[in-house]
Design a protein. Structure first.
Length: 278
C-alpha cells in the first residue's frame, strides 16, 4: 500500500506539472466530440448537426475535422493574451487532432474576444489544404457569414469546402494557382510552444520522484522497466506526448488511429493554415 501511495503521488505531481504548462488549453471533453463550443456560438441542434457531418466524414476518410470556439484568447490563470495562431496551434497539438501517423487533422477555431477565426492544418494535409486555400475558405465562407452573426451557416459551408478540397486535391492546386499573391499568417511551432512552457518547482520533484519510482518498481519486480511506465491500467510505453499518456490513463485509446479512437488520435500541426477577423 505504501508503494502504491507513493506511485499515485508521483503521477499526480506529473499531472499537475502538465496542467501548469498548458493552463490556457482546456481539457478535451470527449475524444469522440468534434464540436467543442466553449464560446457558445451554436445551438444544441446546430452543434449536433455539425458533429454528425464531421463524424461521418471521419468514418469515410479517416480525416478528422474539429471545431473549437472560445470566449476569449486570454488565459484566466495568467492574464496573458494569445494570438489566434498561438491558440489554435496549442489546442491542436495538445489535443492531438487527427491520426498520430497520418497527421490528418483540421481545426476550425473561433474566438469571440477578439473576433478572430483560424483554420489549423495537420502536417499530413498541408500539401492539400494550403495556406492559400485555407485563406480563401475564411474569406469566402466564414467571415461574410460571421459578420452577419450566421455562425452555423458559415461553419457548415467552410466544413463542406474543406471536405471538398480533401476529396479532390486537384481543386486545391487550381485554387492556389488562381491566388498566388495571398500570404496568410502562419506561425512557427517551436516559437509558439515556448510561451506555454512555464518553469515550475514541481519539475525537480517530478524528476526525483520518477527516479525513485523506477528504483521502487525495480526492487519490487526484480527487472528493469526500460521504456515502460506503470499506470492504473498496467504498463505502457513511455511517450514524449503527455496527452497520449493522459488519454490512456483516463480510459482513452493509446495507439488507435483517428478512425478507431475518435478525432483525437495524436496528430500534430507545424503551423500551417490561415486566419481572419470577423
Amino acid at each position: 500500500m505504501r508503494i502504491l501511495l507513493i506511485i499515485l503521488l508521483l503521477l499526480k505531481s506529473v499531472f499537475v506539472l502538465a496542467q501548469q504548462e498548458h493552463s490556457f488549453v482546456k481539457k478535451l471533453p470527449d475524444k469522440y466530440q468534434t464540436v467543442n463550443d466553449f464560446g457558445r456560438f451554436l445551438s444544441i441542434k446546430e452543434r449536433d448537426s455539425l458533429d454528425q457531418e464531421m463524424r461521418e466524414y471521419l468514418k469515410r476518410t479517416t480525416n478528422a475535422i474539429v471545431v473549437v470556439t472560445l470566449e476569449s484568447l486570454t488565459d484566466p490563470q495568467t492574464d496573458k493574451t494569445y494570438t489566434i495562431e498561438e491558440a489554435a496551434l496549442a489546442y491542436f497539438n495538445a489535443w492531438g487532432v487527427g491520426d498520430k501517423e497520418k497527421n490528418n487533422g483540421v481545426m476550425l477555431m473561433i474566438s469571440r474576444e477578439p473576433r478572430k477565426v483560424r483554420i489549423q492544418v495537420g502536417t499530413g494535409l498541408e500539401n492539400i489544404l494550403t495556406n492559400e486555400s485555407c485563406q480563401a475558405i475564411i474569406d469566402n465562407n466564414l467571415v461574410p457569414d460571421f459578420k452577419e452573426g450566421l455562425f452555423y451557416p458559415g461553419l457548415k459551408e467552410a466544413i463542406k469546402a474543406i471536405e471538398n478540397l480533401l476529396d479532390h486535391p486537384a481543386a486545391a492546386d487550381q485554387q492556389q494557382a488562381v491566388a498566388p499573391h495571398m500570404q496568410p499568417a502562419i506561425v512557427n511551432r517551436e516559437s509558439v510552444n515556448e510561451p506555454f512552457k512555464k518553469k515550475s518547482p514541481v519539475i525537480g520533484f517530478s524528476i526525483l520522484g520518477g527516479i525513485l519510482l523506477i528504483c521502487i518498481l525495480y526492487i519490487k519486480y526484480g527487472k528493469p522497466l526500460g521504456s515502460r511506465l506503470y499506470a492504473s491500467k498496467g504498463y505502457y510505453p513511455i511517450s514524449s506526448d503527455w496527452n497520449s499518456f493522459h488519454r490512456h490513463s483516463s480510459g482513452g485509446s493509446w495507439s488507435g488511429g483517428s478512425s478507431r479512437g475518435g478525432s483525437y488520435g495524436g496528430g500534430s500541426s507545424s503551423g500551417g493554415g490561415a486566419s481572419g477577423s470577423w
